[in-house]
Design a protein around this ligand. Structure first.
Ligand SMILES: C[S@@+](CC[C@H](N)C(=O)[O-])C[C@H]1O[C@@H](n2cnc3c(N)ncnc32)[C@H](O)[C@@H]1O
Length: 438
């Protein structure tokens, strides 16, 4: 009795208690995980986010291991949310628990059973391969030779993936990347790939702060690459802030020509101006306006257009959501309506336009294939180009084949397969006909 009392009096560390409370509230659907974390004033917020993210990424196997080991059944006083957090930290996080409180001791006692249960899962595809750290070189400020020299000085080992190789071989090489190695991407010669454990290192790197290197995921880099405007071209970026793709487009154009970069939101517009200035873009004309009001009077000679509108963000891997597949149909309908308006405006309003690239960071067909289908119905003077062909057929994920002549021509990066955020890309080109010539 005395001993029990003593053990109970040791408090569970605040961090575990707070993070378990957040998870409990989110699971009970009191609020979204994101807003709960936002409200949290606890100093160790970063650690809290890390545990929650690990739980979200491995939720299926963690919940299953807790059920299989009967830890909750055999310890009815242990709260389910706290158990989930402690198991996550013990198996996926720091691999040790702080203190000697009763819940900590209980979960620690089950370590072997949990590991045995999760052991099988570790070797299967149940546990997500962590996304690597993609680092893109801003060639406005730095050339590739200087980057390779800097990396050699920092003692990074370059892993050479001999060409030609299949895309699947390349993905395999990413999975096998060592912590001190890096690779050059097979589709983008200015994109470097590092082990996922190097995220913090690169987030703090002075070259990243100086915008010489951009922390930019693979899928979003493909967008500018597929628009591919030549130096000297006139480009319109309709939804530009914070400016990651604007900067990439200026790199592709070798900082020659013109990019009209439009952003509606004033704070984001200021961010866009700041980012593009720091990134050495000399050809960007930033415009604070609703892109739907922009025409060829304000932006003459536009030949290439990038349409990257606001979307649900369902493809983003760092989203803090317990239910990434949960759809909000009303929100999707509203977003899709705006996306169709935006893309249709791009297709209709600029007489010199040759190519338009539409992209979202969503995996929902409502914002992707369906938007393209509707816009092509409304604008038959445009056709879709095959994104896969543009990548020399070295690609796997395309759109849904139920959308005839549309799905197969669109590209997806899928988080579990391409080791990148989920991105959708469609390339539209104006048909060559006398009636379309200006
Ligand atoms: C997905 S973000 C763009 C990301 C950006 N292309 C990049 O790569 O950094 C969409 C942006 O479009 C802006 N936006 C939404 N509707 C707009 C409109 N009607 N006109 C101009 N900008 C708009 C949003 O404020 C947001 O900053």
């Amino acid at each position: 009795m005395e001993e029990n009392k003593f053990k109970h009096s040791i408090k569970v560390p605040t961090q575990y208690r707070r993070v378990a409370a957040v998870l409990k509230a989110a699971l009970e659907r009191k609020k979204s995980l994101k807003s709960l974390i936002f409200e949290e004033k606890h100093a160790r917020l970063r650690g809290m986010q890390a545990i929650l993210k690990q739980y979200i990424d491995n939720r299926g196997v963690i919940d299953e291991a807790i059920t299989q080991t009967k830890i909750l059944e055999e310890n009815p006083r242990l709260s389910s949310a706290l158990c989930k957090i402690l198991v996550t930290e013990l198996i996926f996080g720091r691999k040790k628990l702080i203190g000697e409180s009763k819940p900590v001791l209980t979960v620690s006692q089950y370590r072997e059973k949990l590991e045995a249960n999760l052991g099988g899962a570790v070797d299967t595809k149940n546990i997500k391969v962590l996304k690597p750290r993609y680092v893109r070189v801003n060639t406005n400020l730095l050339n590739m030779a200087d980057v390779f020299e800097m990396l050699a000085m920092e003692e990074w080992r370059k892993k050479n993936v001999a060409d030609p190789r299949s895309y699947n071989d390349f993905l395999e090489a990413i999975r096998e990347l060592e912590e001190d190695e890096y690779m050059v991407d097979m589709h983008l010669e200015d994109l470097l790939i590092f082990h996922s454990k190097q995220k913090h290192y690169w987030a703090c790197h002075p070259y990243v702060k100086e915008k010489k290197l951009m922390l930019q995921d693979k899928g979003t880099c493909l967008v500018a690459e597929l628009l591919n405007p030549p130096p000297g071209a006139f480009v319109l970026d309709m939804c530009a802030a914070p400016g990651m793709k604007t900067i990439h487009v200026s790199n592709i154009m070798k900082n020659k020509g013109k990019i009209y970069a439009v952003e509606q939101n004033i704070e984001r517009y200021n961010l866009l101006r700041n980012m593009t200035n720091l990134a050495g873009c000399e050809i960007v004309d930033s415009i604070n306006a609703d892109a739907l009001t922009i025409d060829s009077n304000r932006c003459p000679n536009v030949e290439y257009i990038l349409v990257d509108p606001s979307c649900s963000g369902s493809g983003m891997q760092n989203r803090m959501s317990l239910d990434p597949d949960e759809k909000d149909p009303a929100r999707l309908k509203r977003l899709a309506g705006l996306q169709i308006k935006m893309l249709s405006h791009a297709l209709k309003s600029f007489s010199n336009v040759k190519r338009v690239v539409y992209s979202t960071c969503s995996l929902y067909e409502e914002e992707n294939e369906q938007v393209i289908q509707r816009c092509l119905e409304l604008n038959p003077q445009f056709k879709l180009l095959s994104g896969k062909k543009a990548l020399r057929n070295k690609w796997n994920n395309v759109g849904n084949s139920n959308y005839k002549n549309i799905g197969k021509n669109c590209l997806y990066t899928k988080p579990d397969q391409d080791h990148a955020d989920g991105i959708f890309i469609a390339i539209l080109e104006k048909r060559q006909s006398k009636g379309n010539d200006e």
